[in-house]
Structures are given as C-alpha cells and as structure tokens.
Design a protein around this ligand. Structure first.
Ligand SMILES: Nc1ncnc2c1ncn2[C@@H]1O[C@H](COP(=O)(O)OP(=O)(O)OP(=O)(O)O)[C@@H](O)[C@H]1O
Length: 319
C-alpha cells in the first residue's frame, strides 16, 4: 500500500479543517503497522481514505496497485471501523455467514469465527453481546472475506483489559499467516506489543515512523523537576542542558538533554531552588513529546514542525 502526499480538507460552517496535511507512507506485505496519535491527529481520516470511504483532497492512495475502492471491491481489504451497528435479530454465525456470502473468495465462516474467538458465542443474538464480544464479531466480519490487508480503526476502544488481550491474541493468528495489518490506536502498549512499525501522526502529519525501538531511541533525555521560587519560564529555558519545559506556579518541569549541567546551572542562578527530581524520559513521555501539540516537554532536540530528524527513523521526507 502506498500513500503519497495525502491531503484531506473538510469544509465546515466555520471554515476549512485540514485533517491530513501531506502524509507519505509505504507499507509492505506482511507488515503490522500501528498508527498512533492524539485525538484529531488524522488517524481516522487516513484510514477512511485507504478504504475508499472518503476521497483525498490531494495526493494518491494505492492499495495492491489499485484504487482503494477497487481493492475493497475485489475483497483484498478487510476493515473494522469504530462505528457501525450489528444487525438485529440474527445470530453471530448467521451474520458471519451472510458477510461471507458477499465475498468472492471468503474463508469458511467457521474459520473466521475461530480466529476471532467467537465460536463459543456463535448462536447468540448480536444484540445480546457485550462491547468486547461485539468488537470480536466485527473482527470476524472483517476476516471472513480473507483479505490480504486488514485495516482497523481503534479496534479495542470499547474493550476492558481482558477483552483487549483476547482480541490481540485472536489477531496474532491472523498476522501469523503473513497478512498485512494497519491499525489506529491510542494505546502505546498495543503498538509496542503487536506492531512491527509505528507511525506517529500529529496535526495531520507524520512526526515519526519506525520500529518502537527506533522511535524510543530517537527521544533520549531526562526530566528535571524542581521548585524554583521567583523564576520565569524564559529564565529556565535559557539554562544550559534544558531543551523545553513548563512552569506551574513555582514548580518547574524541564526536559533536558544534559540534566547534570542543567541542575548545576539551576543551582547557581536560582539558589533558592529545592525539591530536585531527575527521571529518565520513558517511552510514554517520548510519544507524548512527539505527539503533543502543546509541546510542554518537546524541546529543541525534537523538531516539532518537521518530521523527526533522527537518523534511525525514516520519515516522510526520506521515503
Ligand atoms: N467529517 C468531518 N467534517 C469536519 N471535520 C472533520 C470530519 N472528520 C474529521 N474532522 C476533523 O479532522 C481532524 C482529524 O480527525 P480524525 O478523526 O481523522 O482524527 P483522529 O486522529 O482519528 O482522532 P480520534 O483519535 O479522536 O479518532 C479533526 O480536527 C476532526 O475534527
């Protein structure tokens, strides 16, 4: 699947919303790719264009060398979206059987139900299912066409921890067969555990693209917290070793590329500072740092305007 300079604008009563602002993405067969990003980053819009549900304002999307619509029509793509009701008054087995009947080359309905972990609820009515069970039924519906590419938009959004685990276990049986999967998620742990590659979107742009380890490695540094009476944020941001930060009252939280130097300078310039705490920047903070629009901890070591400039990360510019 190849996306080139994808742009999507929505016209609203209050003006134009630029939901996707130039996304480039090439995904190879067998890759499992997580698309991460905060609310409004453009994940669902990107997914919708891959499925041919919405037309790009500019740029192109090619799926197995075809337009998204043709690829979907030919049964090459399966989808599990955030919305969509299940039919009433039919059982799980009936609905999966119906969907199988719509496809040219479906897998046996029993196989799809087994893979999605819904065999034990096959005779239940769809209206009588829990949120997690409904999602697994949607998963079986997406699988039964035997797609080569599966696209999922926040598949576990309505699930509790146990259901999420069951869902991803079911997903493994699909990805183990070498199929391509692209899923949008808010959950970092899901991306870390199941994706070969993560693509971070922010404000409709790709800000990082690589393995979880590469993205984690691209954001190194630590956080220095201290109480600093009488300081302004500008004072603190000028300290050597500090790359960004925020100040709430007299509590400072500074991201640092050299926290030792920052701490020494802080003590010299603000002798009344106290309650020091230095912690390493974790993966969670790295992702927050890369995807935050408020840029509280993102400093000069991470470009917030351009895609990540880290050498190990392939960005839209290097693709
Ligand atoms: N149909 C629409 N009409 C107008 N604006 C829209 C429409 N769909 C999305 N948007 C806007 O486009 C931007 C991107 O939305 P999108 O749903 O693609 O982001 P997202 O990353 O999937 O967010 P979330 O995590 O909340 O689902 C947001 O500002 C959103 O408000």
């Amino acid at each position: 699947m190849t996306i080139r300079d994808l742009r999507k604008n929505y016209e609203t009563k209050t003006g134009t919303v630029a939901a996707v602002r130039g996304v480039d993405l090439a995904i190879g067969t067998g890759e499992v790719v997580a698309v991460l990003g905060p609310n409004g980053a453009g994940k669902s819009t990107t997914v919708a264009t891959i499925l041919g549900l919405t037309q790009p304002s500019a740029g192109t999307v090619e799926v197995f060398g075809k337009t998204p619509r043709d690829a979907v029509t030919e049964g090459l793509v399966g989808a599990m979206l955030q919305q969509g009701n299940l039919l009433e008054d039919v059982t799980v087995a009936e609905v999966i059987g119906m969907i199988a009947g719509l496809h040219k080359h479906p897998m046996p309905a029993e196989q799809a139900m087994r893979m999605a972990g819904v065999t034990d609820i096959a005779d239940r009515y769809c209206t009588k299912l829990s949120g997690g069970q409904r999602q697994r039924v949607r998963f079986a519906m997406a699988l039964v066409g035997d797609p080569r590419l599966l696209v999922l938009d926040e598949p576990t959004a309505a699930m509790d921890v146990g259901s999420r685990r069951d869902f991803w276990q079911a997903m493994r049986s699909f990805t183990d067969t070498g199929r391509t999967v692209l899923f949008a998620t808010h959950y970092l742990d899901e991306a870390e555990e199941f994706a070969d590659r993560v693509v971070l979107l922010r404000d409709g742009r790709v800000v990082a693209d690589g393995t979880v380890a590469e993205v984690r490695g691209s954001v190194t540094g630590s956080v220095l917290r201290a109480v600093v009476p009488g300081a302004t944020l500008a004072d603190l941001l000028r300290l050597p070793g500090v790359t960004g930060g925020e100040l709430r009252g007299d509590r400072a939280e500074l991201s640092c590329d050299d926290s030792d130097t920052a701490l020494r300078a802080l003590l010299v310039e603000h002798p009344l500072a106290h309650h020091f705490q230095i912690t390493a920047m974790g993966l969670e903070e790295a992702f927050l740092s890369l995807t935050s629009t408020e840029e509280p901890l993102a400093g000069s070591s991470i470009s917030t305007e351009e895609p990540l400039a880290g050498s190990s990360i392939s960005t839209e510019e290097s693709r």
